[in-house]
Design a protein around this ligand. Structure first.
Ligand code: PEP
Ligand code: MN
Length: 335
């Protein structure tokens, strides 16, 4: 339920109203719109009398929220969420470029890629240490050693790091990680979502390959309902009948999500297409369509990459793309 308060409500009346709501054990989400304060009530509001609340002096209007997600709902918070990460931010008109290799492979590799993407203007370094691979016989990532190498690259370049968490117990190694990625395969691992909901770090939540937008938002709600409201949504392609690309990039998810939620939206054209030559056009389209950023796999030697080489850009191709992305973003920002 959403309660929109009148402008400058009487403080005493507001306090007693809030106390009454708290007594009813609602979780109250407060946000300020352009001129009005908005109270979002999470909990079972079925017994609440809308007419009674509407009749209060300080209340402008009351609406029931039909959608099952509340905290992620734009009706609860009209302004975009801006997530500060180290010296940069996700959302709020900033173009976030997360780039790096699918997997951290060696000190030489991660430093080379990190320095190159930083020089091209990437705002974050993304690399996998724990890898969710389709085959148990494929390279599974360097694990804790991979995290150590990411930290090294962070120290060297100053770029904040984004990396995937696959299991709750791995959290003990994530101290130096700036954004925790939850991969497509774990989008509905509800225990994992609840646990990262208790962490004091932003979460990059990837859309499951067969998940609807509402299911993605419900997974964000799992994280947010535990107290961590710093969730970044990532569209990374969905499964369709099409085989020309690894997945089908759902670019329409950008305007749909922008309408439904205040959370930032990042597009991953690398996993969506699976092909390096398709990545630049899809990344440009994503920024043109209003995405808050992109996630791009970059490798210094894609041919010999231990994971996802076919979709990884060489540093010089990434450099050219980054220049175009900043230009497109500048134009789109003026719309
Ligand atoms: C990844 O980001 O490296 C990854 C495995 O992606 P996804 O979870 O989207 O498949
Ligand atoms: Mn990958």
């Amino acid at each position: 339920m959403i309660i929109i308060l009148k402008e400058n409500p009487d403080p005493a009346q507001l306090e007693s109203f809030m106390a009454w709501l708290r007594e009813k054990n609602f979780d109250i989400h407060e946000s300020s719109g352009e001129s009005h304060k908005i109270l979002g009530l999470v909990g079972d509001t079925s017994s609440m009398d809308v007419d009674l609340i509407s009749a209060l002096d300080i209340v402008e209007s009351v609406r029931r929220v039909q959608e099952p997600y509340k905290k992620a709902n734009r009706k609860f918070q009209p302004e975009d969420t801006i997530i500060k990460v180290a010296n940069t931010q996700v959302g709020g008109g900033n173009l976030t470029i997360m780039a790096g290799p699918c997997s951290v492979e060696s000190e030489e590799q991660i430093l080379k890629v990190a320095r190159a993407v930083k020089a091209s203007g990437a705002t974050m370094l993304r690399g996998g240490a724990f890898k969710p691979r389709t085959s148990p016989y494929s390279f599974q990532g360097k694990g804790v050693e991979g995290l150590r190498l990411l930290s090294l690259a962070k120290k060297d370049t100053g770029l904040p790091i984004v990396t995937e968490l696959m299991e709750i117990h791995q959290l003990e190694y994530f101290e130096d990680v700036d954004i925790i990625q939850i991969g497509a395969r774990n989008m509905q691992n509800f225990n994992l979502l609840k646990e990262v909901g208790k962490q004091d770090k932003p979460i990059l939540l990837k859309r499951g390959m067969s998940a609807t937008i509402e299911e993605l938002l419900m997974s964000a709600e799992y994280v947010m309902s535990e107290g961590n409201e710093r969730v970044i949504l990532c569209e990374r392609g969905i499964r369709t009948f099409e085989t020309a690309t690894r997945n089908t990039l759902d670019l329409s998810a950008i305007p749909v999500l922008k309408k439904l939620t205040h959370l930032p939206v990042i597009i991953d054209p690398s996993h969506a297409t699976g092909k390096a030559d398709l990545v630049p056009s899809m990344a440009i389209a994503a920024v043109a369509a209003g995405a808050d950023g992109v996630l791009i796999e970059v490798h210094n030697d894609p041919q010999h990459a231990l994971c996802d080489g076919s979709q990884s850009l060489r540093p010089e191709v990434f450099d050219d793309l980054a220049k175009k992305l900043f230009k497109v973003h500048e134009v789109v920002s003026k719309f």
